[in-house]
Design a protein around this ligand. Sequence first.
Ligand code: ADP
Ligand code: ASP
Ligand code: MG
Length: 815
Amino acid sequence: MKILKFGGTSVGSIASIKALMSILESELPQGNPIVVLSAFSGVTNQLIDIAEKARQEQDYSAELKSIENRHFDVVRALLPAAAQNPVFSKLTIYFNQLEDILQSVSVLKELSPQTRDLILSFGERCSTFTISHLARQHFKDVLAVDGSEYIKTDAAFGNARVNTALSDLLIQNFYNLHQASLLFVTGFIASTDDGRITTLGRGGSDYTAAIWGSALAASEIQIWTDVDGMLTADPRIVEKAFPLKELSYTEAMELSYFGAKVVYPPTMTPAFLKKIPIVIKNTFNPAFEGTYIRPDTQPSDLPIKGISSINDVTILNLSGSGMVGKSGFSGRLFSLLSREQINVILITQSSSEHSITFAVKPDDAVNALQMINKEFELELQTNKLEYPSLESNLSVIAIVGENMRHTPGMSARLFNALGRNGVNVRAIAQGSSEYNISVILSKEDLSKAVNAVHDAFFSQLKKTLHVFCLGTGNIGKTLFSQLHSQMPYLAQHNDLEVKVMGISNSRKMHLSMEGIDLSSWEETLETYSEKADLQHFVKRMRAMNLPNCVFVDNTASAEPVQFYEQVLKSSISVVTCNKIGNSGDYSQYQAFKKAARTAGVDFYYETNVGAGLPIIRTLRDLMLSGDKISRIEAILSGTISYIFNNFRGDRKFHDVVREAQEKGYTEPDPRDDLNGKDFMRKMLILARDAGHPMESSDVSIENMLPAACMAATTVAEFYTSLEANASYFENLKSQAEAAGKVLRYIGKLEHGKVEITLQSVDESHPFYMMSGSDNIISFTTNRYSQRPMVVKGPGAGAEVTAAGVFADIINIGKR
Ligand code: ADP
Ligand code: ASP
Ligand code: MG
């Protein structure tokens, strides 16, 4: 015989009740199950609210009427008209009784836990009565059972303790008489020996099912709900949570104890003692196998089974010399709390025994504090104990799984995920079973923390990077189109999902919690955007508090740079192709590096030098592996490179510059390239990365243009001046050509000095053969001393730069 429990989410709407009936239909051929039912979804909460309103003499009639109407509507929809009246009359009697009780609460202005339980019992009684009547349309010999008569408890109203021996007996006797019937039993409610109604704690219908299952040695206890089983995390917090096939009772217990509301924790005990499997299944997807909680689970290769969380807890800290070595101290403390029925969610004690921290529900905190002050009055007055402190607005997250015991590095993985996302851990507890590690953190970090930890442990799932992008010029645009087209590949080969959560250019910005669809980002930015405000953008990005965030700067403006440090400090990685940041003051460059290191996030700027070419990364790898850089030589201006590669034969210098401009290789004023400033910035960044604390003024630049050309006031005048100086360039060229050489504008770092000079090089030089707007860089190091390591290729252009930014983003995802 099986127990089938249907939760509030599976009763209370017409569609769900229909689904329930068809589940029963397919079950019946295997023999009658016992059906346990909850109140219609939301009704228990509403009744609590109504009872409180009654106590405060507020009007609750509309809310009460809405509960009544929901039951009536179901009857109207699912019963033939002729069969409706008797059901309406009985329901009306229930609601009249409830109304009478509420009236008395109003008159007395008193709502005792006992009266509240009585009020709550109407939720389960009305639903069970209604549904059993509907079931009569489909099945024979249906019997509605008031479960409160068969589960006996103490008088701890609201969370009563079950007298198992007596309840088992009553259930068995009842079943012996009625086993031929199809029984519909109210969940959640029980009664004291003298017949007063009690409840088994919120979510207690699951427990009812287990108590009946255990008393009758059921073959299985099925918990039917609205999700596909026990998931790896609360699906309302973690979109990627997935259903687990199997759990041990302990794992299920730990997960539910720390917040996985899908089963009520006490449910596991009776089932465990009798080795009865519990199956969690989805009423709306009955074909799915759901989650099995059973004695002999198969070994699993998941590192943990899941992550649970409790949204709101308060912690109390106790410390003082009076606690050291006093074995009776914690005993006294915790028996006090248990006497006062204060449930302690989690305890940690420092190894020096100097302090104890424990977490309770916020409602219990003040009471706990007062009780402690009273109990330990003497110790407090003699300073053996400090006055306990309260800290609220906290949450608990717990990772759970039996595999944790055999796998080293689990806590490192947990704390690494939290640390990298800037989540500050307030306290830690590891159960002695090693089945769980729980940490207390700030409530506002909860969602970020659970998602980050989920990503860290379930690496077979796609990891999500949340990206915020500045700049929608050539590079920004190209990046979006690359991201958009590469998304499926990333998901398949890198287990990575990149979600763009915010975009801003200098005029408009848009941020979205759902992410921005990259196939229509331009329309979105036009339609939904607000006026751009960088400060606000950064503030909102931080407030979204998402895990694995990246701030991408695809601008060439100084403004975003001012935010890098603060962004890095809030544990958000930065990717930038904007050179202004790293080529500013050395102290600023250092501040970025330090902020990234301290927060444990990444600061990547591969495209600062040579666009997408792997230059910065190569240099970093050389340095990290302990190599010593003795010289760097480079051509890092695509524009100048193009000009000298084409300034050959009988071509004129000014014509080549003009051609470069027409092809879009230069800035609007070509002197912005030809003055070597951009080149200087790149050399400066390389020198700094190679370990030289330098300022831009330390870089010497040989001016390759005659002074008159530089002095021209307009671009047109500049070209005229270039033509006037044609013989100067002609000379340079013919001298070089006569010696079998070519002209190259080369940056060099050696002995801690950086200079950029115009040189002529012969064919033995690695920079002799160049084409187009290529960049080239050669690293001479201890290891590469005879033949330098050379990186060469296209060093400019939106496609390659965006690809470099893209690669930086992906590299962040890999960590
Ligand atoms: P019922 O009314 O069927 O008893 P509950 O609301 O008590 O349903 O429990 C089911 C809900 O538990 C799900 O809808 C889900 O939002 C929530 N939940 C929280 N954590 C988990 C988890 N780890 N796995 C599955 N569901 C969870
Ligand atoms: N109706 C009760 C509650 O909401 C019991 C249950 O649903 O399991 O807590
Ligand atoms: Mg429930």
